[in-house]
Design a protein around this ligand. Structure first.
Ligand code: GUN
Ligand code: ZN
Length: 429
């Protein structure tokens, strides 16, 4: 029955600012407040109204800081934490030079546990409270991740990254082992506390048709699991897929053929899509994930956010660590803004904030549960200081409205802007 009352500025959404005018679906309150009980938000309103309605609640006064839902990172590789910012390669060379050797190291349970702890600590310091992470092909890496998240009470999504070709011996499994190990891990973790399991074929080039088929069969047996993979990230990769699957209509078809296209499918990157692929993703209600810092860092291309939003494809936002170059979802929003500019579109701060919270939650089928500052949502929160550096503060001094107050933090903010983080109604110490 212990109630907690948080006072500060609040920002929330009751609709999609890509479908409706942002003015109609985004709401800001300068003297706002929320009430938390039993890990959930039970009240949202003005400071004065909630102070009166909950006189016995424990009060935390954040002054002018902004109370938000914690950020939701819809596509990340926690095992790549230690190789972020590795220089000079495009996707396939980057995987072979940096990623695969590092992922092999996580077969050691104590190293996997260290990296999982380090990654979650860094993510939380940046205000990210939920992420959908690829693990490695080693089940140990999956256990380390879910255990570290459970110790923090976090709602996380993850899965064993399956590969049975075009990867080093130390990382490949087989179709049968991918099925057996993924099934055992899903049965151990899916719905265990706040954990959600995602069946995870890395991408078509590293799975044989037999492995894709086996994982498609597992998804049919475990339909409430998510399924996450990569799609059309770089042109060389798309050409490779065409060679490996000559009978497929396109890259997406290599998944659809084997039962790996569905509503709970989450397709990272999705940059170089054919019109048929975009239409098909929209038709089945699948999600794509925009990873803008990664797409510029490894030179993948400019994601067509407005085109896919118009086609009614569900879109999440993500860091894609370690192809992505920054742990911060603020920096990721800034990169999304920049990539949209390069495509001739201007994203409003309301659209950017929505993508990093509500949009990612929707892409992961968790809308209303996380990424949402509304009654009934889980109380995972991020409190932002909107004047966290001298450069930001002097710009805020010239701001004329709330959005002009917020935009400098989106463009220039990082972990220094994160004043506090709450997980399931508890302040993270
Ligand atoms: N495609 C297949 N695996 C990966 C990965 O680990 N990172 C990125 N960015 N793309 C991939
Ligand atoms: Zn990825």
């Amino acid at each position: 029955m212990n109630q907690k009352l948080l006072l500060g500025q609040t920002l929330w959404f009751d609709g999609d600012p890509f479908e409706q005018e942002w003015e109609n679906v985004s709401h800001h309150q300068t003297d706002g407040a929320i009430v938390i009980q039993d890990g959930h938000i039970i009240g949202r309103g003005s400071r004065s109204a909630l102070l009166e309605a909950y006189p016995r609640a424990d009060i935390t006064d954040y002054g002018n800081d902004l109370i938000l839902p914690g950020f939701v990172d819809a596509h990340v590789h926690y095992p790549q934490t230690a190789i972020i910012a590795s220089w000079g390669k495009r996707l396939i060379d980057w995987l072979n030079s940096y990623t695969f050797p590092e992922e092999m190291r996580l077969s050691d349970p104590s190293y996997a546990a260290d990296i999982a702890v380090s990654y979650l600590d860094i993510a939380l310091a940046h205000g990210t409270t939920t992420m959908a992470s690829y693990c490695t092909s080693s089940p140990t890496s999956v256990t380390a991740y879910f255990e570290a998240a459970a110790n923090r009470g976090m709602r996380v999504i993850g899965g064993k990254t399956c590969m049975d070709r075009n990867a080093p011996d130390g990382l490949v499994d087989t179709a049968q082992r991918a099925y057996d190990e993924s099934k055992a891990l899903a049965d151990a973790w899916h719905g265990n506390g706040r954990a959600i399991y995602a069946i995870t074929p890395r991408f078509s080039p590293t799975s044989t048709p037999e492995q894709l088929q086996a994982l498609g069969a597992l998804w049919a047996e475990r339909p409430t699991c998510l399924m996450q993979t990569h799609l059309s990230e770089q042109r060389e990769e798309v050409a490779w897929v065409k060679n490996l699957f000559p009978d497929a209509r396109d890259y997406l078809d290599t998944y659809e053929k084997y039962g790996l296209l569905g509503k709970r499918g989450v397709y990272g990157h999705s940059i170089h899509l054919e019109p048929r692929e975009a239409a098909r993703l929209a038709e089945v209600g699948a999600s794509v994930v925009h990873c803008p810092t990664s797409n510029t860092f490894i030179g993948s291309g400019l994601f067509d956010l407005m085109g896919l939003a118009k086609a009614k494809v569900s879109i999440g936002l993500a860091t894609d660590i370690g192809g992505g170059s920054n742990f911060s979802m603020l920096r990721t929003m800034a990169a999304a803004y920049e990539v949209a500019q390069l495509r001739g579109a201007v994203l409003h701060p309301a659209q950017l904030m929505w993508l990093a919270s509500e949009g990612s939650a929707q892409a992961l089928h968790l809308q209303g549960i996380i990424g949402h500052l509304g009654i009934g949502a889980e109380a995972d929160l991020c409190i932002l200081d909107l004047s966290s550096t001298s450069g930001i503060a002097q710009r805020v001094n010239n701001a004329e409205d709330f959005w002009e107050n917020l935009f400098p933090t989106i463009m220039m903010g990082d972990d220094r802007a994160v004043r506090d983080v709450w997980i399931a109604g508890d302040l993270v110490g």
